[in-house]
Design a protein around this ligand. Structure first.
Ligand SMILES: [Zn+2]
Length: 176
């Protein structure tokens, strides 16, 4: 858990975040990310959603919009990160956590590390492109300067079900 049960080495990066743990659990924030994923689904986008949380509030949110924009890097994580840094005078997010419904890819893990996000919580694994556990575990790469705590499996069934429903509608599949 990235919440109250997290060990001392976990995501307790700031007093305001510690305070948040007492009132919200990871499932709460993941369900907010799921709302973003559902919005993506409704728009015909691969249903991935993300929120950036600092203290007790969301400071950035977004969902996948690669189809709408025609840009392959408009993943939910980057949309949410851009939203989070947009109104701030600093680009680092050292006191935040990012919740995303699907395991982040290489590009998104790179962005999260650059933004110094210390804790990432994802829902379902992505067996083909996941860069936190499935294909790579870049957050633990000793050759990189920065690392982060990653917690997976929060609301995983709901996150995966949404993806399966989307890809079945496209005659594909997810995680098979
Ligand atoms: Zn990505």
């Amino acid at each position: 858990m990235c919440g109250s049960e997290v060990p001392a080495s976990g995501c307790d990066v700031a007093s305001e975040v510690r305070e948040a743990k007492e009132t919200h659990d990871d499932g709460f924030w993941m369900r907010r990310a799921l709302e973003e994923a559902e919005a993506a689904f409704a728009e015909g986008e691969v249903p991935v959603g993300a929120v950036v949380v600092s203290g007790e509030g969301i400071i950035g949110q977004g969902h996948n919009r690669t189809e709408k924009t025609g840009r392959p890097f408009e993943h939910a994580e980057l949309v949410a990160l851009n939203d989070a840094v947009g109104g701030r005078d600093r680009w680092v997010l050292t006191e935040s956590r990012l919740y995303v419904t699907i395991e982040p890819c290489v590009m998104c893990v790179g962005a999260l590390l650059l933004a110094r996000v210390p804790c990432v919580v994802f829902g379902a694994r992505e067996p083909k492109t996941g860069a936190c556990e499935s294909v790579f575990a870049l957050q633990n790469e000793p050759k990189l300067d920065h690392h982060m705590i990653v917690i997976g499996g929060v609301e995983a069934d709901r996150c995966k079900e949404l993806m399966q429903r989307f890809f079945e509608s496209k005659r594909g599949g997810f995680g098979k």
